[in-house]
Design a protein around this ligand. Structure first.
Ligand code: ADP
Ligand code: MG
Length: 261
């Protein structure tokens, strides 16, 4: 196996069973290689299995078939090596920001002084070092998501898994956090698997875009984005990528309506 590959998904399938016994084929035969330090976005229509795929990689859901390899080793269970960031921040409301970020190191049994040193390092990295004594409810949505990013980074994960992390934020905050995430990705040398609904967001962030189709969820196309960074949203090449992906997604939705109707 190529040692550059950090995450390999081989033949991942997932079937759910609804309460009335109906089978829902959420994912079918997902095969994917992600290289170390790559920024990969997953895009696809609602219900195509993006969250299910991310949860399977995180170890929060069992696949019905297939295997997940992290650094060449089967990896089905949750682990500090796989840091997950959700849209709703998932902070612990009764803990101060510093103790939220220090939570992972605390679980590992690290001494207080060391876990606070690590937490402060990452709070500074996301620009929140002045807020360590606040509680989550005292922060804006964008600030809470920064805390969630710092908390994931404090575990020193090999892989950052992000499920529409900026989906609930206003456009300005979203742009700001996209830039911050890119800066952190570069300085901290992380590999990121990022789910988004937004073509624009996928194009600003990724080296590679995985376009999914639905019923059952499969990978329909993988697009390498070779645009230089920082990405210019009004550039012609950007627009060309944009319309290619929009057409892929548009056909996907039309096909689905034809099947349904
Ligand atoms: P996406 O994130 O792309 O919107 P999801 O991964 O959430 O899609 O869902 C994919 C499909 O699997 C959907 O049809 C959804 O209804 C179904 N699904 C997801 N989780 C469950 C579950 N726990 N039980 C039953 N069906 C589920
Ligand atoms: Mg989802």
């Amino acid at each position: 196996m190529n040692s550059d590959v950090i995450l390999r998904l081989s033949g991942i399938c997932k079937t759910f069973h609804s309460t009335d016994g109906e089978e829902i084929k959420a994912l079918s035969n997902i095969n994917l290689n992600i290289k170390r330090n790559e920024f990969v976005c997953i895009i696809g229509p609602s219900g195509c299995g993006k969250s299910t795929l991310l949860r399977i990689v995180a170890g929060l859901e069992e696949p019905s078939a297939g295997e997940i390899y992290l650094n060449g080793i089967p990896s089905r269970a949750p682990s500090a090596k796989k840091g997950m960031i959700f849209q709703d921040y998932s902070l612990l409301p009764w803990r101060r920001i510093l103790d939220n970020v220090a939570f992972g190191p605390e679980l590992k049994g690290m001494a207080k002084q060391e876990r606070y040193r690590i937490a402060r390092h990452y709070l500074k990295l996301v620009g929140l070092d002045k807020f360590e004594r606040c509680f989550p409810h005292e922060l804006s949505g964008g600030m809470k998501q920064r805390v969630a990013i710092a908390r994931a980074l404090a575990n020193d994960p090999d892989l950052l898994l992000m499920d529409e992390p900026f989906g609930a934020l206003d456009e300005q905050t979203r742009y700001l956090l996209q830039n911050e995430l890119l800066r952190i990705w570069k300085t901290d040398q992380k590999t990121v698997l990022f789910v988004t609904h937004s073509i624009d967001e996928a194009l600003v962030l990724s080296d590679k875009i995985i376009v999914m189709s639905t019923n059952p969820g499969t990978i329909s196309q993988i697009i390498d984005v070779t645009l230089p960074r920082p990405r210019d949203r009004v550039n012609n090449h950007f627009a060309r990528y944009y319309s290619k992906i929009r057409n892929l997604l548009y056909h996907e939705v039309i096909n689905r309506q034809l099947v349904a109707g």
